[in-house]
Ligand binder design. Structure first.
Ligand code: GAP
Length: 589
């Protein structure tokens, strides 16, 4: 997935984010805290706008999705049921020399000669028998490996250590050494990513709870309450936006991999394909030419999954991330979780490489079934139409149906290395429940990161161009070409000259008028060129300047008109104040 690095652009973005108040390092005055970021005035507005576009697209503009706002700390049993307590870990390794910690699978593979020592001794007879090794890349002198070896033993109290039992070996693409100094890394060991805390004042092991590592599980845990209270029927979805926390081994790439971040997740619940087959005789088959524009009753998981990929793609296009900056990675069977039918990552071409923006997974009934098993509370829904459809089958048809489902489940179990007989028994029970109209819904999960989206938007919008200043000298213009819908500030409003009370008063009037419907920024300091440049860097799509013409000083026909400047083209036009709202608001809503 990685592409050639373009670090300078990333550095420019980080610097602009700090300079203009988009993103600051958390706790910076105390030296910062790795993996945590604060959003400044412009960043907070940008994030809010992105959140709002997602919420609107995913629930307010749909009849079949409702929202949830759950707590960050939940009953720890939720994380046991979901598998996070036992398996939500990354492999980590430490450098034996510097103690620096690496995520083992993120270490760049290296080739060269490994120098190994069984130990070391010094002139006063002190010995250390800890084995140690160093990878020496081709072309470097052996002495540099030995120097690192000597440092290792010096740290163990030896003075000018002599290395013992040296052997060498060629290795290819090894992740067992620190890329910065060649020193040996510890064997990878699992590191659970959940942040632990205690609920209550006794702070014993029995009080352990976790900061949620994803927002999704609350949706599963509240599934039944939402069904019972919202009059939604499968297929339908529950979405949530909120903070998630992961104690990432190596947070990196600015906000891309943070320890505290925000997710925007939808769990879209659908009937299992077997239920669709009972109800409609067959399940709509996916093909490249399939019409995904409107959901159909006979859709199974594959059509729903494709549908959500196309919906999410359309969402990104609608906020200015086009096909030129997006890509897709369809997970291979080896990459898929054992319960998942399919998973596609929507990728963005970040300056540091193409990487995941959102994952869209078809997760079967894994999540609700796990909660059913662990909580002892049924997560099934009842569908009267399904019961009626099954009621029309005679005994032979039912037996044939069970045989078909049983064969399918056994084949899937075989593919996943699971016992086939267990799968057949489970298929039998499942069909009996299905004939009564009961099933545990399956789920399609589009799961996006808000901070990653904000970073993607910043990277896609960043633009520099050379232009001539008022004196004809070349100067660099930096602008953020945000889609007006997500721009933090929509309209900058300025009097041309701040020492002209009439201009200032009129500019205030226009600002008061526009700020009722859009986030506006009033500015009267510095020359007008500097004010435009500041708004370009903030990504403000429109600037309105109140000037001599506005006050009728250049002829009555221009009275009550303003200069409207467009960020991307820097073109200016004259517009009546009374036309401003009608002209601008549709572009920013
Ligand atoms: N419920 C599924 C789930 O959490 P995930 O792929 O682990 O799946 C979904 O996370 C999205 O959350 C990712 O595509 C990414 O946008 C965002 N995300 C995950 N870990 C993140 C991190 N450490 N920092 C910022 N965003 C992260």
């Amino acid at each position: 997935m990685s592409q050639p690095k373009e670090i300078p652009l990333m550095e420019k973005i980080v610097s602009l984010c700090k300079r203009r108040g988009f993103i600051f390092q958390s706790s910076e005055i105390y030296g910062g805290i790795n993996g945590f970021w604060d959003y400044g005035p412009l960043g907070a507005e940008l994030k809010r706008n992105l959140r709002d576009t997602w919420w609107r697209a995913m629930t307010r503009q749909r009849e079949d999705v409702v929202g949830l706002d759950a707590t960050i700390i939940m009953h720890p049993a939720i994380w046991k049921a979901s598998g996070h307590v036992d398996t939500f870990s990354d492999p980590m390794s430490d450098c034996l020399l510097t103690r620096k910690r690496f995520r083992s699978d993120h270490v760049d593979p290296q080739s060269g000669t490994v120098y190994r020592w069984t130990g070391a001794a010094d002139a006063v007879g002190k010995e250390c028998h800890d084995p140690f090794s160093v990878l020496l890349p081709a072309g470097k002198p052996p002495e540099s490996a030995r120097k690192v070896g000597a440092q290792f033993y010096a740290l163990r109290g030896l003075d000018a250590p002599a290395l013992l039992g040296e052997t060498t070996e060629k290795v290819e693409n090894s992740r067992a050494f620190n890329p910065e100094n060649g020193a040996q890394l510890t064997e990878p060991r699992p590191f659970n990513l959940m942040f632990k805390t205690y609920v209550g004042s006794t702070a014993t092991e029995a009080d352990v709870a976790y900061l949620r590592p994803e927002t999704a599980q609350a949706i599963f845990a509240q599934f039944k309450n939402v069904v019972d209270s919202s009059r939604q029927k499968v297929p339908f979805g529950i979405c949530q936006i909120g903070k998630a926390f992961r104690n990432e081994v190596t947070p990196r790439n600015f906000t891309f991999r943070s320890r505290e971040f925000e997710q925007m997740e939808l769990e879209f619940f659908i009937a299992p394909d077997e239920a669709i087959r009972l109800l409609y005789g067959s399940v709509a088959a996916w093909s490249e030419s399939a019409d995904l524009s409107a959901p159909q009753p006979n859709w199974g998981w594959e059509m729903w999954h494709r549908y959500w990929v196309s919906q999410r793609t359309a969402y990104y296009h609608g906020i200015g991330l086009g096909s030129d900056v997006l890509d897709y990675h369809w997970q291979t069977p080896d990459e898929l979780a054992h319960y998942a039918r399919a998973c596609v990552d929507i990728l963005f071409k970040f300056p540091f490489g193409t990487d995941e923006l959102e994952g869209i997974a078809a997760r079967g009934d894994f999540d609700l079934s796990q909660h059913q098993k662990h909580s002892g509370k049924t997560q099934e829904i009842f569908d009267e139409d399904l019961r009626a459809a099954a009621g029309k089958l005679d005994a032979a048809a039912k037996a044939a149906f069970i045989a078909q489902v049983s064969d399918e489940w056994a084949a899937r179990a075989a593919r996943n290395g699971k016992p086939e007989e267990e799968a057949r028994t489970a298929a039998n029970d499942f069909c009996e429940r299905l004939f009564k109209g009961n099933y545990v819904p399956h789920v399609i999960e589009p799961s996006a990161g808000l901070d990653r989206l904000a970073l993607a938007i910043l990277a896609a919008s960043y633009h520099e161009e050379e232009k001539l200043d008022v004196n004809g000298k070349p100067e660099r213009r930096i602008l953020l070409r945000f889609h007006p819908r997500i721009a933090p500030v929509k309209i900058g409003v300025f009097p041309l000259l701040k020492n002209k009370p009439d201009q200032v008063a009129k500019a205030r009037e226009v600002y008061d008028l526009l700020k009722r419907s859009a986030n506006c920024f009033y500015d009267e300091t510095g020359n007008i060129g500097k004010r435009y440049a500041r708004q370009d860097e903030a990504g403000t799509p429109f600037c309105v300047t109140i000037d001599f013409e506005t006050l009728g000083e250049k002829g009555p026909e221009l009275k009550d008109t303003v200069t409207l400047r467009h960020r991307d083209s820097a073109q200016q036009e004259r517009v009546k104040i009374s036309d401003l709202s009608a002209l601008l608001l549709p572009q920013i809503a």
